[in-house]
Design a protein around this ligand. Structure first.
Ligand code: SF4
Length: 598
């Protein structure tokens, strides 16, 4: 097995190819794993995320674009400008498979272009082209313009004004609505003056060692995915927003900047409500049999839009987190984030932080340029999306992210973040293991490093009591290692609602020609998680950063199913470090030797 990686130095206007051999692939798999290896080895500690030396890495894995269901994704890895630690984000759409079909498993971009450019790739050939005419455009108009110029048979990832203006939460967008959203990867792309990457559909077939065995394994996985109540029914019927009512009822739907875990109008922004009102049809990423995407349309003023969403996370971040229940406004703000190229989780969370700062009298009226920063005001969120992407007025302050904003106004505890990354849509006072997952996540406040909601709420693979911290550390480690595999092979995480390591291995061996057992497979995931940890340790993060916002540790949940609960983090953390072989948030020499890293 061999990967072909496209290397691009924008400062030197130079493009070349590099091969990655079997030995490295066996250690780091691809995607997220190979990306962090390259970032760790090729960059020094303390580099400027916006400097020439930072790498912006687009990576697929051995499963991308094969017959494996839900394999239409790719991963982006870089040093995050938002957190100063590892920046990485996974994205659906079509781009991952298209990149492989065009000749490459990954792209590593370094340097900074003199003027805006886009990278054009066709049949194993790549070139840089002028993008001056695209600079300033939203991602939707960028895609439309490129399709007019180059024809329909192409796929595009691009940044919008948020990326160009180095907004700390800027995203990279594929197919207008799929986002590598988190950790500010779009701001790094903007700092490099790389507006877009265009891939023309090619004919190269991803390498598969044993087609017949893969076919058999794929049939089994497809059957399990179809039969699962989550991937076979809930997600196709209601999209990810099916979670709104479930999470609200279990008392962990963060409302008004995590003041409570119960939103009184949750149903108004739920998947069920979307299906009744604005849903046009469902939509799938490449090769996906689940189709959790929602195509939606709002026809009535003032929030008309023909677009997609919301997802569970955006229904929350642009809705409950800011006290908003106007579904049309949430859909509008969601689509603005796609078009402007911005992570709606970090954006909505930073707006909510600003609303609470305002409530506490910290933000003077004259700063707001006429905006009403009170809870539940939908116009404010929609207007702030524009102002943030263009760093206009108070939008320039939202563009910093919640941590910097709350520090600036003297109330740092009001920023609901871990390691500088804003938390997503689950209040861990209601799901203790999920809280440990947040605290120990390498990229910061994130639900996708260890999705403990699966066992703590959905009972997958078995039901755990969400309100006890007992026995959660081992589960968090398993999820963290498994998700490293999923992000590195690369498939959609939603596949894990239906299958586990065994089934993922059943497709891995026929593709790669390896003869791995589950332990060897999980060891690769553990290696990747530890290398990420080494990367953030080198950037100054350690045990002091494996924590949660004070509110979640000290303020008991005021109502709902988790009433009276806080997160008992210390006990879980101690057990977690012991299981991981870490001391003070750092892998020991012994652990690193065992995993054969770096
Ligand atoms: S389950 Fe949803 S996000 Fe995952 S690949 Fe399918 S459509 Fe995309």
């Amino acid at each position: 097995m061999e990967y072909t990686i496209l290397r691009v130095d924008l400062s030197k206007d130079k493009i070349w190819e590099e091969k990655v051999g079997e030995k490295v692939i066996k250690k780091y798999l691809g995607g997220r794993g190979l990306g962090v290896k390259i970032l760790y080895e090729e960059t020094e500690a303390g580099i400027d995320p916006f400097g020439e030396e930072n790498r912006l890495i687009f990576m697929t894995g051995y499963a991308t674009g094969t017959a494996v269901p839900l394999s239409g994704r790719f991963h982006v890895i870089t040093k995050s400008p938002l957190t100063g630690g590892i920046g990485d984000s996974n994205c659906g759409g079509q781009f991952g498979p298209m990149l492989r079909f065009a000749g490459y498993e990954g792209i590593v971009v370094q340097g900074i272009a003199d003027n805006p450019v886009y990278l054009y790739i066709e049949d194993g050939h790549a070139e840089l082209r002028d993008a001056s005419h695209l600079w300033g455009k939203g991602t939707w108009s960028t895609e439309d313009t490129l399709r007019e110029e180059l024809g329909k048979d192409i796929n595009i990832v691009s940044i919008g004004p948020a990326g160009e203006n180095k907004v700390m939460m800027a995203a990279i967008i594929n197919d207008k609505h799929r986002a590598a959203g988190r950790t500010g990867v779009g701001a790094v792309m903007g700092s490099k003056k790389l507006k877009a990457i265009v891939v023309r559909k090619g004919k190269r077939k991803p390498e598969v060692h044993d087609e017949a065995k893969l076919k058999e394994a794929v049939e089994n996985v497809r059957r399990i995915v179809r039969e699962s109540p989550v991937t076979g029914e809930a997600l196709p019927t209601y999209g990810t927003a099916v979670l709104v009512n479930i999470i609200n009822e279990t008392g962990g739907f963060p409302t008004r900047n995590f003041k409570t875990g119960v939103f009184e109008k949750a149903n108004e922004i739920s998947g069920e409500k979307i299906a009744e009102t604005y849903l046009v049809r469902k939509k799938a990423c490449w090769g996906c049999i689940v189709a959790c995407g929602r195509v939606t349309k709002v026809e009535t003023p003032p929030y008309q839009v023909d677009g997609e969403g919301p997802e569970y996370e955006t229904a929350w971040s642009l809705g409950a987190m800011c006290g908003i229940s106007d579904l049309a406004a949430v859909i509008k703000a969601h689509n603005l984030c796609d078009d402007l190229g911005m992570d709606p989780i970090s954006f909505g969370s930073t707006v909510a932080c600003a609303m609470e700062l305002y409530e506490n009298g910290k933000i003077p009226e004259e700063k707001l340029g006429g905006l009403k920063l009170e809870w539940g005001n939908p116009q404010t969120v929609v207007e702030l999306a524009w102002r943030t992407a263009f760093r206009d007025g108070f939008g320039d302050e939202i563009a910093m992210g919640a941590k910097r904003l709350a520090e600036k106004y003297g109330m740092p505890d009001l920023a609901m973040h871990v390691k500088g990354l804003e938390l997503p849509a689950y209040d861990p006072r209601a799901y203790k293991g999920h809280g440990l997952g947040y605290a120990t996540s390498n990229r910061g406040g994130c639900h996708l490093r260890a999705y403990m909601i699966a066992p703590e709420v959905l009972g997958i693979p078995e039901k755990l009591d969400p309100l006890t911290p007992e026995g959660k550390a081992q589960w968090v480690k398993i999820f963290q290692d498994l998700f490293c595999i999923v992000d590195s092979m690369v498939v959609c995480k939603f596949i894990t609602f239906a299958v586990g390591a065994e089934e993922l291995l059943s497709v891995t061996n026929p593709i790669t020609g390896w003869d791995w057992n589950v332990d060897e497979f999980m060891k690769a995931g553990e290696r990747i998680y530890n290398l990420e940890r080494l990367y953030i340790n080198r950037e100054g993060f350690d045990g002091k950063d494996d924590t949660l916002p004070k509110r979640l540790l000290e303020e008991p949940m005021p109502e709902g199913a988790a009433k009276g609960h806080v997160v008992e983090l210390d006990k879980m953390l101690e057990e977690f470090y012991r299981i991981r072989g870490w001391v003070n948030g750092k892998p020991t020499e012994e652990k690193l030797r065992e995993l054969d890293i770096p």
